[in-house]
Design a protein around this ligand. Structure first.
Ligand SMILES: NC(=O)c1ccc[n+]([C@@H]2O[C@H](COP(=O)([O-])OP(=O)(O)OC[C@H]3O[C@@H](n4cnc5c(N)ncnc54)[C@H](OP(=O)(O)O)[C@@H]3O)[C@@H](O)[C@H]2O)c1
Length: 327
């Protein structure tokens, strides 16, 4: 099978298109023919091994998992003898932030991992584009006690996490002010934002004349100190990044002890719950894929370079193989 591999950490230049053996599923695993995957910010962090602490999980000197990829959409081709919940021919999608070698024509995954059926109305590309960002967005929302009608500000609403956060917050009944660039204002409104601040024209802290119960910085470009005046009493600041001085995890421990505004740091967990939520929202027509660009597997290095600019809108999809049954 064709696969994208790297035996050292570095820039997209270290990626190689290789031909290797198809993996063989063990008793609890399924073999999946991958039709679509993405290059996301998790993949970029794994490729370059930044922050350095990642190496304790991905391999200290070189990657343990030489085939890249963290998410997928495809068809079950074979099942191990103890698999009970998935069957051959089923359309499935899933994600694992520890790496599952999905930048390849075939991959294996345990049925116990974050994998679920793709609803009929959703294509492989839409499914693959709706997992990584949605998982981290759900993980942020899951960490706070959001009530319908509360005001929330989402900074970075055009990214993978941000565009998912707007949709999920809207689903839960929040009143959303979104911060994004000029070209994505209409998109972000269509996803559920009540009000949009264009960060290329005005800085949201100065532009915002409202107070919020929650501020979700989904691109990690602000700070608790600067956002604090925009929070209601009892309000919460939550960022997808640890912060320039790694202050957010520390503030998450300290701020609940003093004052009435606090920081929550969203350590990700329970990916299966996120995948099942997205499946349910797809079925209810309450979640849509936001796809910036699609590249063939052969051009994946270009996709990485684009994602690394930090300027994508939603997700960047990789299409695998030709003559896909349904893109
Ligand atoms: N905590 C975790 O486990 C975890 C996991 C994955 C990712 N992350 C981090 O979370 C962040 C977001 O990930 P993502 O995949 O959603 O990012 P992304 O899709 O790459 O986000 C790109 C978008 O953010 C917008 N943006 C850039 N700077 C902005 C600013 N100052 N204000 C508002 N919007 C801005 C960009 O708009 P323009 O094109 O106009 O610049 C672009 O549309 C990244 O920093 C990533 O490293 C954390």
């Amino acid at each position: 099978m064709k696969a994208i591999s790297h035996t050292e950490y570095g820039s997209p230049d270290v990626l190689k298109l290789s031909v290797t053996d198809k993996p063989i599923p063990d008793n609890k695993e399924v073999l999946i023919r991958v039709y679509a995957t993405t290059v996301n910010r998790t993949d970029c962090a794994m490729l370059s091994a930044t922050p350095f602490i990642m190496r304790f999980f991905t391999g200290l000197l070189r990657p343990k998992n030489t085939i890249s990829g963290t998410d997928f959409a495809g068809i079950v081709e074979a099942v191990g003898k103890d698999v009970t919940t998935l069957r051959i021919g089923e359309r499935v999608f899933g994600f694992d932030d520890s790496g599952i070698s999905s930048h390849a024509e075939f991959m294996t995954l345990s049925e116990d991992k974050a994998i679920a059926g793709i609803p009929d109305n959703i294509t492989f590309e839409q499914a693959a584009a709706s997992i990584e960002g949605a998982h981290y967005a759900f993980n942020m929302i899951n960490k706070v006690a959001l009530k319908s009608g509360q005001k929330v500000l989402v900074n970075g609403a055009s990214g993978a996490i941000g565009s998912s956060a707007v949709q999920l917050l809207s689903y839960y009944g929040a009143r959303i002010t979104a911060v994004c660039n000029t070209k994505n204002i209409e998109l972000v409104k269509s996803l559920g934002a009540e009000r949009v601040i264009d960060f290329t024209k005005e800085e949201f802290i100065a532009a915002s004349n409202e107070k919020y119960q929650f501020i979700f910085d989904t691109v990690g470009k602000s700070s608790f100190t600067k956002c604090k005046p925009l929070l209601n009493s009892g309000g919460v600041y939550i960022s997808s990044e640890p912060g320039s001085m790694v202050q957010n995890p520390v503030l998450a421990l300290l701020t609940p002890l003093a004052g009435n505004k606090k920081v929550v740091f969203p350590i990700p967990f329970n990916i299966k719950k996120s995948v099942l939520l997205i499946k349910k929202l797809f079925e209810e027509g309450k979640f849509q894929a936001v796809i910036d660009r699609t590249y063939p597997l052969e051009d994946i290095a270009e996709a990485y370079r684009y994602v690394m600019t930090g300027q994508k809108t939603g997700s960047v999809v990789i299409r695998i193989g030709s003559g896909n049954p349904r893109v």
